[in-house]
Design a protein around this ligand. Structure first.
Ligand SMILES: [Zn+2]
Length: 298
């Protein structure tokens, strides 16, 4: 179960970093268990720029971005997904620049079911001006991106691939420092695994996630992510085989290394895995799949 995690990511709050000649980054001051040091907003190009994942609604972050971009024009606001640490700053940047926003759709829009209840971390107000779909091309001055639809972490998650730089902006789908949270119902393990497989078809040299350091030599890393999830599925089947029926009993056994404060998040991931096994007709449950349901092998 060894994912070669990387957490070394030198930066300073409030300081724009030059990551490559064409990519700059500013990390917002919203550190946390799910955001690492904070949201890393990317600025693409010079003069006429795109902004990827503007970030949370933090005045300090928006002001620092606008100050850094004084004399330049924002032409595109790209969003990987609609968690509150990614899209809300679009509103202030759009008010200042008039640039259109791009994304798959509003929060929960990648689900087929109507009226699905989505978790609290969603930015329910965000509606992209331009809806993007898998394979769409977005072009600006000095850059050309392909949209790679990667549902799983959320149903509307999109990565942006820059073939010219062999770079993938991977959002929260693949991060160097941590696995990503898959929280049903908007988070979906089956789609997440398929979205990881989808990345293996690419020819990227580096992934630039929205949190933490970049992932170099990404294919073995993505494979380790897939192996890790498959191992978790096996662990769950073992737990069920040993007579454990509830998520609350499985989490402490499966996540011995995790602080107990993280158990609720781990429980969401276990639920996502159990729903995956349930849909594959490998486990049954009563009454219906949910955090308090009883599960058993079929
Ligand atoms: Zn997220």
């Amino acid at each position: 179960m060894s994912i070669p995690f990387q957490s070394d990511d030198p930066f300073e709050y409030g300081q724009i970093q030059t990551v490559t000649p064409m990519i700059r980054r500013l990390v917002a001051r919203n550190p946390g268990a799910f955001t690492f040091h904070g949201t890393g907003t990317f600025i693409i190009g010079h003069g006429q720029v795109a902004v990827i994942d503007p970030g949370p609604d933090l005045t300090e972050h928006v002001d620092a971005l606008l100050a850094a971009l004084a004399g330049e024009t924002i032409t595109h606001l790209l969003v990987t997904h609609t968690h509150r640490d990614h899209s809300p700053a679009c509103r202030a940047l759009q008010a200042a620049s008039g640039a259109p926003t791009y994304g798959f759709g509003r929060h929960g829009s990648g689900r087929y079911e109507q009226g699905v209840q989505v978790e609290e971390g969603g930015d329910m107000e965000f509606v992209p001006d331009r809806q993007v779909r898998h394979g769409d091309i977005i072009e600006g001055q000095g850059w050309r991106f392909e949209c790679v639809y990667t549902p799983g972490h959320t149903s509307n998650h999109v990565c942006y691939r820059w073939p010219g730089e062999r770079t993938l902006f991977s959002g929260d789908h693949v991060m160097a420092w941590s696995t990503s949270i898959i929280s049903p119902p908007d988070g979906d393990m089956r789609r997440y695994l398929a979205s990881l497989e989808r990345l293996l078809e690419g020819d990227d040299q580096v992934y630039r996630p929205t949190h933490g350091p970049c992932v170099r030599d990404p294919k073995p890393f993505v494979q380790a992510y897939i192996d890790h999830r498959n191992k978790r599925l096996e662990q769950i089947l073992e737990c069920l085989g040993d007579g454990l029926r509830s998520i609350v009993d499985m989490v402490p056994l499966m996540y011995r290394e995790l602080p107990t404060a993280m158990y609720p998040a781990a429980a969401r991931s276990v639920l996502a895995s159990l729903i995956y096994l349930y849909e594959a007709e490998r486990v049954g449950c009563a009454p219906v799949p949910g955090i308090d349901a009883e599960f058993f092998t079929l």
